[in-house]
Design a protein around this ligand. Structure first.
Ligand code: PMP
Length: 336
């Protein structure tokens, strides 16, 4: 994404580095550092592309209002771009979300409407229904809806894909992706289907999500469970998620995801979020299963700073039943 000044010019064009200290079998494994986007995640790309598409299509006028249902990385990406371009942004956020996230969004100028987490689709207080309703009530407003907005996968088809292809010197065999909205996977699938159809798309899915099962069986066969990894995994197939080119899927537990993310920090010095742990665990399994050398890319989707009190905290892991005994001294040691 070039031709923009200021902070918006810093979105995308992220570095790709090869992991040095993991056992990757006969393969070479590279990670694209999406944590180096301005708000610290891959979602800055779609914050920019969805707002600029809405501008081009005349869906949003100067001084208009953007509405989205999220407290996650998409909210941050949208808040950054909306602030730079002078749009009002209303985010509808379920009340279970971490206070830090809401404070960060407010500091960026987003209006946060907190709603109930304990209701499902179809209930008027459900966060997505509420966002949709607000967009009908508020004049000159636009419901961004990352799950169905075509500018979401398009951002990855037009920027993330070509960057990876250039950075690997057009020598690439597989890409390992997670799915939240499906934008990354779908955009990259479309790009590689055009320029290098031999590139295999591999899904990394949290245990409890239905998507790995959909890859294997072609339909939703099981009830979704719950998982602690943030930003990926679904109980439905979002309209933006095209799994048709995915042949291989790995289901990764919370425990393995968190351990792998922590290992990434210890071995390679990369402080990544929890979904990166899932992606890296799947990528490592894929690499170790190969019998011939292959070049594989996966993502550091977001920065680990916002998970310091969660998966990087032994006491939190212990409370979740994911660690037998905290290793980092006592809680008092941590506090003083
Ligand atoms: N990792 C994290 C941390 C995310 O926030 C997201 C998006 N929710 C993803 C991965 C997956 O990206 P996508 O929405 O493009 O499927």
């Amino acid at each position: 994404m070039t031709g923009r000044g200021g902070i918006l010019g810093m979105i995308g064009n992220t570095p790709l580095i090869e992991l040095q200290r993991f056992d990757t079998g006969p393969c070479r494994l590279f990670v694209k550092l999406e944590n180096q986007n301005p708000t610290g995640s891959i979602k800055d790309r779609i914050g920019l592309s969805m707002i600029e598409a809405a501008e081009r299509e005349g869906r949003i006028q100067p001084g208009g209002t953007l509405i989205e249902a999220t407290a996650g990385n998409t909210g941050l990406g949208l808040a950054l771009v909306a602030a730079q371009k002078g749009y009002r942004l209303i985010l509808v956020i379920p009340d279970k979300m971490a206070q830090e996230k809401v404070l960060h969004l407010k500091a960026l100028g987003a209006e946060c409407r907190i709603t109930r987490s304990d209701v499902g689709k179809g209930h008027p207080d459900y966060y997505q229904d509420m966002a949709e309703r607000l967009s009908r009530e508020i004049p000159n407003s636009f419901y961004v809806n990352q799950f169905a907005n075509p500018a979401n996968p398009l951002a990855h088809e037009l920027t993330t894909g070509p960057e990876i292809w250039a950075q690997t010197d057009q020598m690439l065999d597989a890409v390992v992706c997670g799915v939240g909205s499906g934008g990354t996977l779908t955009g990259l699938s479309r790009y590689f289907a055009r320029v290098a159809p031999h590139v295999e798309m591999v899904l990394a899915d949290p245990q409890g999500s239905v998507l790995a099962d959909v890859v294997r069986t072609g339909s939703i066969q099981k009830q979704a469970g719950s998982w602690l990894v943030e930003g990926i995994g679904e109980d439905f197939v979002p309209p933006n998620c095209d799994l048709s080119r995915v042949r291989k899927a790995y289901e990764i537990s919370d425990r393995e995801s968190f351990e792998t993310a922590r290992e990434l920090l210890r071995r390679e010095g990369i402080l990544a979020g929890s979904s990166t742990g899932t992606l890296l665990a799947a990528a490592l399994r894929y690499c170790r299963e190969q019998t011939a050398p292959r070049r594989v890319v996966t993502f550091v989707c977001d920065s680990g700073n916002k998970y310091l009190s969660k998966m990087y905290n032994d006491f939190w892991l212990f409370d979740q039943g994911l660690l037998e005994r905290p290793r980092q001294g006592t809680l008092v040691d941590l506090i003083v």
